[in-house]
Design a protein around this ligand. Sequence first.
Ligand SMILES: CC(C)(COP(=O)(O)OP(=O)(O)OC[C@H]1O[C@@H](n2cnc3c(N)ncnc32)[C@H](O)[C@@H]1OP(=O)(O)O)[C@@H](O)C(=O)NCCC(=O)NCCS
Length: 278
Amino acid sequence: VILDLLRAEDLEAALTLSTAEGWNQTAADWRRILRLGPAGCFAARDGGRLVGTVTTTTYGTELAWIGMMIVHPELRGRGIGATLMGKALDHLQSSGIATVKLDATPAGRPLYESLGFVAETAMERWQGVPAGVAPPQGRPDDTPGAPFVLDRSAYGVDRTSLLELLLADTAVDPMVNASGSAPPTGFALARRGRLATYIGPIVATNPSTARQLLVEALTTFAGEEVCLDLHQGSHLSGETLATHGLSKRRVLTRMSHGPRTDSAISRAICASAGPEFG
Ligand SMILES: CC(C)(COP(=O)(O)OP(=O)(O)OC[C@H]1O[C@@H](n2cnc3c(N)ncnc32)[C@H](O)[C@@H]1OP(=O)(O)O)[C@@H](O)C(=O)NCCC(=O)NCCS
């Protein structure tokens, strides 16, 4: 098995790997990940066959996110996952990135712990079909610069390049919470997934804005399958999600490697941009 860069022509096979895991990513998701980090996404190949992937997305030089860590089921337990992870970490170190984070599945967590990652918080996957509960309460985004400023202060690092791509690709109107000329107190995005529409990120500076954004999103998608990764301990509670017909499906562990920072774990980060992005 050899390791090299993941390329556009690998993405069909990469989607086959993530689909076999039951993951929600689409071909568009894979393209977006590769576009954000073409020099930091790696492939494991057995002959001509793609048998493993890992991706990295960098936010400035302070933080990078690792995602899409998959090894073909037939080839697990032979060190391919550890080698892919080493390749990703070497790449990030040589790019001068200080801290690396990821959202670990139970299958990935032992590997990451052995490499020095430590648990920081939990992300709960909630999924279901929301019933229509209330009319939309937010308003369309007429202050396009504002979500970036809000996100930067809430998340702790600059995610503009990711948010720009999510905004460009969004299948729904972004939801921004603001009144009059006041700066927004929250925003939410959503995109179509393979199995469910993925709501996220949801960023809000207080619980009532978080709830309002969530209700607006659930109303927008009433009757459709949706999912989101709720940040446990954030301004958004699981109770609100349960009330609207969603149920908790699994828990991912948000883990960190390198100098500790509060980026990606403030209470204002209510729902993830995706396990692959943080
Ligand atoms: C997680 C995954 C990528 C690991 O790939 P892999 O090639 O099997 O991993 P490796 O063989 O390199 O194992 C690395 C180390 O982790 C340990 N490990 C791997 N999977 C483990 C598990 N399920 N439970 C306990 N330890 C595990 C191995 O024992 C090994 O430690 P060692 O070198 O001290 O023996 C693979 O199991 C996978 O694709 N899982 C499904 C997708 C997924 O959940 N990915 C993680 C997303 S965060």
